[in-house]
Design a protein. Sequence first.
Length: 277
Amino acid sequence: MRYLSPCTLDDAFNLLATHDLTVVAGGTDFFPSRQRHELHTDILDVTRIASLSGITFADNRWKVGAATSWTDIVRADLPAAFRGLQMAAREVGSLQIQNSGTIAGNLCNASPAADGVPPLLTLEASVELGSTRGFREVPLSEFITGVRQTARTNDEIVTAVYLPNPPTGAVGHFEKLGARRYLVISITMTSAVIGLDENRRINYARIAVGAASAVAQRLESLEADLIGKTPEAVEITPDHLAPLSPIDDVRGDAAYRLDAVAEQCVRAIREAGKSHG
């Protein structure tokens, strides 16, 4: 087994183009998932590539480097619409995991319960991938294709996550249900970004749910029905939850998950509305 840690993107691209490598950025899921088994794969660690870290704003959108840690996201000075993302960042494992775990690692892991995905969906994120063939950008809604499956090819590295500048005054919120506060897989989680007009009626809404389907889902029917309502008047119907397909497992059955999501949607929308002042 070889452990490779390049310092430039070009070196990383060339290594991926010529070798069979597993890309790691933080390794907070990769290494524990090996359990007691020996490693039988060569590793490409991208965390030493300076251009993959940091948060910047240009051309009316935010760029989050792929190797940016959750701690960096928590500490960043971001618009209020990003509050749900920062709340989710505080829920990723423990403080030690937040220090090492990265935004791209959370996406490439492609777990149905990945805490970062619902808030990123509400922020209409896109994923940039690079290789020796060049760069391409894929909407996050198309990047994760199934459980532990993504649109990334073997010779590509996720290089950044892009987020369009949110509407002025929009506020985000995140709700997570788990068996305990930290180091727990979500039973369900819901993220919302809400905007209000001068009469405190919703004029912008993005709602996304994780751990209730193979891939986190936007609730577009609910988003449409929220427009013109006050946060206090929100009601969730079964039709709003139609995109979801929760499973029964040791953490909760499908019916329980749907009930939890309905309550989380109400809480997230109302809490975001409260933050408008």
